[in-house]
Design a protein around this ligand. Structure first.
Ligand code: IPM
Ligand code: MN
Length: 342
């Protein structure tokens, strides 16, 4: 039975990189993936008044996985509308609470640092924390205006992401870095630290180190080789993974997997870069992050060998110097090279 994949190319360069990723997926697993393309996007919003149909979540639920390109086109739909209409509700509705983002230098990619070893796996909490959506505004438009955005950390939510990260650390080097800010945020982050200690007791074989988020930002630049698995709250993880993308050569290389570890709803795979309106439609978007995300999807679906074939091909392509510099090689050139290497 082929895996059934819902494909949401979305906006901007999401369309270009998704086309590339699909070609590679079909080549990696001939006849093994059946895709249904959904045109949910800002264009869909302009036509219908919504980013996806009212039964969108129910439609997606029937698939084995979701492949997403990019969401957002701020010139026509404000980001706060588009992202809350498509990307963020999917992460929450399907309890994709673990956002896995690998930051690794591919062969032939120099990156901005004078470091050759970068292989960090960032585990970002993906459903609550600073993204919980709790809050409101009063006295809007007056001098008394107030805006409140409340970060919500639940015991269930924090324990499960930490456990997930400890398991990842156990499967890799046995080292975990837990990102906190308990020197300033004395409620939520002190709680995060306490939960880290609690869960650590279940994993005596994993060595856990705490870093405040500001110190972690510096460490990722100064000593990235000292890091392996990193676990962080939603917003801290969001910020640190753009930094991770930068040190791995740019957003064109940053892949991600929004995982529902319980397997009771589909997981979603997407490159970290956005829709990049500035280069959309020019055919110069780097498809590597989307292709890498596709490999993560195959791995998640139990197709580890096909995923490994994709990653090996990517390494050979960048090793040949193709796709290693932003904007130099056209999307179709990079895609053709990947297909050729497979
Ligand atoms: C990401 C993105 C999203 C996020 C935005 C587009 C809402 O930056 O996936 O990292 O903050 O999660
Ligand atoms: Mn981000």
């Amino acid at each position: 039975m082929p895996h059934r994949i819902a494909v949401i190319p979305g906006d901007g360069i999401g369309l270009d990189v998704t086309t590339a990723a699909l070609e590679v997926l079909h080549r990696a697993l001939p006849g093994g993936v059946e895709t249904v393309s959904l045109d949910w996007s800002c264009t869909h919003y302009l036509r219908t008044g919504a980013m996806m149909p009212p039964d969108g979540i129910e439609t997606l639920r029937g698939f084995d996985a979701i492949l997403l390109g990019a969401v957002g086109w701020p010139a026509t739909v404000p980001d706060a509308v588009s992202l809350h209409g498509l990307l963020l509700p999917i992460r929450k509705a399907f309890r994709q609470y673990a956002n896995i983002r690998p930051h690794r230098l591919l062969p032939g990619v120099a990156g901005p640092l004078r470091k050759a070893e970068i292989d960090i796996l960032c585990i970002r909490e993906n459903t609550e924390g600073e993204y919980s959506g709790a809050g409101g505004r009063v006295h809007q438009g007056t001098r008394d205006e107030v805006a409140v955005e409340t970060a919500i950390f639940t015991r269930a939510g924090v324990e499960r992401i930490l456990r997930f990260a400890f398991r990842q650390a156990r499967a890799r080097s046995g080292r975990l870095a837990s990102v906190t800010k308990s020197n300033a945020q004395r409620h939520s982050m002190v709680f995060w630290d306490e939960m880290t200690d609690l869960v650590a007791a279940e994993f005596p074989d994993v060595e856990v180190t705490r870093y405040h988020v500001d110190a972690m930002a510096a460490r990722m630049v100064m000593a990235p080789e000292s890091l392996d698995v990193v676990v962080a709250s939603n917003l801290f993880g969001d910020i640190l993974t753009d930094l991770g993308a930068a040190i791995q050569g740019g957003l064109g290389f940053a892949a991600s997997a929004n995982i529902n570890p319980d397997g009771d709803a589909p997981s979603m795979f997407e490159p970290v870069h956005g829709s990049a309106p500035d280069i959309a439609g020019q055919g110069i978007a780097n498809p590597i992050a989307a292709v890498w995300s596709g490999a993560m999807m195959l791995d998640h679906l139990g197709e580890g060998a096909a995923a490994a074939r994709i990653m090996a091909a990517l390494g050979r392509v960048t090793g040949r110097g193709i796709g290693t510099l932003p904007g130099r090689d056209r999307t179709e050139v990079i895609t053709a090279a990947i297909l050729e290497e497979m």
